[in-house]
Design a protein. Sequence first.
Lengths: 304, 646
Amino acid sequence: MKKKVLLMGASGSGKTSMRSLIFSNNPASLTTRLGATIDVEQNHVRFLGDLILNLWDCGGQDAFMDSYLTTQRSTIFQHVGVLIYVFDVETNEMHKDLEYYRDCLEGLRQYSPDAAVFLLVHKMDLARDRDATFEKKKKDLQEQSDKVQGPAAIPVTVFGTSIYDESLYRAWSSIVHTLIPNAAVLSKHLTIFAEACSATEVILFERTTFLVIATSSPPSANLEPTRYERTSELIKAFKRSCSRVREEFHALEMELPQFSAVLDELTKNTYILIIVHDPAVETAALRLNVRMARRKFEQLQGLT
Amino acid sequence: MPSDGDSFLPRIQSVFYAVFDNSLGPTIVYQVPEGLIAVPPPNANTLATPVTEQFAPIEPPGLTARNSSTSLVSPSDARPTSRSLYSPQKRSGSSTRFLFNFDDISKYVIPQSQLCGRLVTCSTKRHRIIGFPVQLKGKYQRNYLRYNLCFVFERGADLSCYEPVVRKVSRVLTACEEESEFLSSPNTSPAIHAILEQLYEDLNSYAETSIPIDRFNSIELKIFPFYPNPPPVKDWMVPLALINLDKRIEANWDLTMVKVCRHIDGVNHVSRIAHLADCDLALTRLAISHLLYYQVIMTIDIFQYSNMYTLRKNIQTLAVEADVKEECGPYVTKPGKPIPDWPQLLHLYSRLKPGKTVLEWMVKHEIHELGIDVRRFTSFGVIKGFLRRVHRWPVLLPSEPGTPVNEPKRTRVNSLSGWAYSPSPVVLPVDLSPSQILLRGRAPQTAPVVPSLSPDLASPPMPLSPRPTPATVSAATPGRTRRASAAEKVLEQLRNRDIQKTGGSPRTSWIQYTDPTIGITATTPTPQDSPIRAVGGTSQSRRQSLSFLPANPPPSPVLAKATISATLTPSRPTLSPSVSTTTVPRNGRESTPFPKELLPLLDGEHHTDELAVRFEAGWPLLEQWLMAIGGGEGPGDFGRVAMIYR
C-alpha cells in the first residue's frame, strides 16, 4: 500500500534535513552539508512491509511554490495521504509563509480532502523561550488553518520540533502512526504480550527509522512522557556508533538494578522493546517470549 | 553543399544569466537584450489588471500579493520585481516582445545535480536554449551556488559551433567565481551584465570576442564554422574548383596541396592528378579530401563520350531559375559560336537518358553543329545539380544454372566490398542466384562472380558452384541450406537456354580461375565433369572461414540469401589448367586478353569508371574486356556480363 506524504514549507525551513535525519539515518551534524532542494525530490520508504511511504520533499523557493500552486497543482496535491508543513520558528517572513500555507491548504482541500495535516514548527532549539513560543505559534497556526478550512475543517496537529533533540521523533512517530492501518490491533496485541511478560511496557519500533509504531497500553505508573522519542533517538545514535566500528546492531539486552530491558528484532521490519521492572524476570525468558510471539506479529503485519 | 561555401552561423537571439536564488528559486538575473524572456513577477497583485499570459501561465484564483522583501540584485528595468503596481498598459504593450516564459525552461536552466556540469539544450515552441549549468560547492548559504549562462537561438538553428563557446564561458566564469567570488559577491556581479552585452553584440557581429573579466581572467572566444566530414575521395573522381585556388595559395601551404591544386581543372581525375603532380596517391587523396572539407571544390566524374547521363527530379525547380538559365548558354558554347537559348539547351538536356551514351546523343542532335562544348555541357548540369551520371555496373553472371555457390550469409557484403580493394582472395562468396540479382535489381547482390582468383592469391577457396568433382576436396562449408524459389527456377531455365546457346559447356573456360594455383573447392554434383583442382589445405580452411557454400549444392541454384556473390560459375570444370589465365577460350574464339584481377571486381559493386581508372583502360578497351569475359557475340553484347545502369 502506498501513501503519499507531502513535505512542504518555506525555503530553508529544514525539510530535507528532517528527511535525512529520520529516513537516511544521518546524524544531525551532517545536515549542514545539504544543498537546496531543486523542485521536488521523491523518496520511497518501505515501512512495515507492505506500507510504502512516497515522500515528496518539495523545494520551498518562491518560484517552486508558485509553480506547485499553479502549473503543477494537480500533480502535487492529488492522492495525498498526509501533508506535513514545516515552519521555521525564526523566520521573519511569517506573512509570506502563512500565505503560501493557506494556499497549499486550499489546494489540498481541492484535490485530497481526506488528507491529514501536520504542522511542524521547526528549529525549536533556536527559540529562546521554547514553550511560550510554541504555544503562541500553535495558536496562530490554528487560526490560520481555520480561516481556510471553514466548516469542513481537517483537524490540524501542531508539533514543535528540532533535529537536535527527540522532538522530531515524536512528531514523526505520530505522523506515521496515522498511516499505519492496523495500529489499534497492534496495540492490543502488544498489551497482551506485555502482560505475558510481566512487562511495564512494550514498544514496537520500525526498523530503519526507529519511529514508534505502536505501544502496549500505557501503564498506570507515572512515566516520562517523552520516553518514546528519547528511546528512538538513543537507539539510533547507538546504531550509528555500531556502524562506525563496522558492526551491525542486532539486539540489546540490559539488566540493571532498576529494570531489565530487551530490544530485539520482532519481524522483518520491526523491533520490540520490553521494559520489565520485576527483578525476578530474566532477559532470556523475555527473548524466548519474543521468539514465540514472532509468528503472530508477522501475521498481523501481513507478512506471512 | 552550400552554394556559398560557408557554413551558416545562427544568430544569437538572447543571452541570459540565471541563478538559483535561495529564497526566490531559479531566476534570471540579467538578460540581453532586455525583457525578451518573461519572468513572473514575485507579486501577482490581484488588484492589477489580470496579467498577460506571458507573465503567469495560469492565474490561480485568489493569489494575493506576497510581501517579499528579498531580491537578489537590482534587476534590469524590464524585470518586474518591484512591488509597485504596474500600469497594465505597460505590460500588455511589451507582451509581444517576449520570446517565451522562463518558467517553462527553468528546470532545465537550473536543473538537479545530475544535469549540472553538462551541456544542456532545451527547446520551446520557437526557440532553442543552450547552457552549461554549474553547481559550485563552497561557502554559500545553502552550500552550493547554482548558475547558468544560456544562449537563445531559433529553434531550427544548428548549434554545433556554439557548443564549445558555451562550455568555455562557463569554465571561465567558474574559475573567476572560485578565485574571487566574482559571481556571488554583490560588488562585482553587476559586471556580468556588461559581459552578457558584449557577448551578444560581438558574437553576432564578428563571431569572436575578447572580454576581460578582471585583472587576471578574460573570455576569449572565436566561433569556427562546423563542417561535416567530407565524403571519401575515390581515384576516379574529378575535382572541380569552386573558387580560384591559385589566388589563395600561400607560401606556407602544404607542399602536396600546392602541387595538387595546380592540376585541379575539372578534367583530371584524382589518380591522374597524382600522376601529373608527381605525388603519392594517398597523399593526393588526402589533399583533395581536405579541399572537399572546406567546400572549395566539388567532385564530378570523368568525361568520356561513352558516359550516360540523366536528368534529376529537381530539374523542375532548377529549370526556371534565373542563374541556371543565364549561365548555361555562355558556359557551354564554344567561343565564337552563337549561344543557343535556354529552351533549346533544356531540350538537349532532356534527351540525355540512361542507356544512351553521350556520343549517340551528340550524333542524333548534331551537337557539333551547334557549337556546344559537350564536356562543359554535361559538367554544367552536374554542377548545378540537375543532371546526374548514370554509371555502368558490370556483373558477371554464372554460366550454369547449378553453379552458384551461395553464401547465404549476409555478412558477406562487407567482406566483398572490402575485398575489392585488397588483393586478398576469396571470393566472397556471395551467393545469390542470378535470379535474386534480377529480382533485386541491385547489382552487387547477384553477381555470381568468380571468387578472386588472382594468381597471387593463395588458392582461395572457391565458393561456388557445385561441381562435382570427386577430386576436389574442400567441401564448402557444410550444411548451408538453400532454398530454391520459383524465380530461380525460371532463371535456371533461362540460363540453360544460354548455355545451349553457347555450346552447352559450362566450361567457359574463360574462367580464369582456372589458374592452376587456384583450387576449386566446390564439389557439386554438376554435370560437368571437368576436373577441378583440388584445393590445398589452406584454401580449404580459408574457405571454411569464408563459409562458402556447401560442397554439394543441389543443382538448382538455391540461394539462401542474397549477398554479393562472387562466385563464378564455378565448377567450371574448365578450370583445367590448360586454360590460360588470361585468355578466354570460348568456343575456340579469340578474345582480347584481359587482366585477371578484373574478374573479381565484376560483382556489381564497382562501376566502369572505377574499373577504368584502376586498370587504366578507357571504355573501348574495357568494353572489349567485358565482352571477352562474358562471351559476347558481337558489339554491344556482353554475354554473361550483365550491365546494370544506375
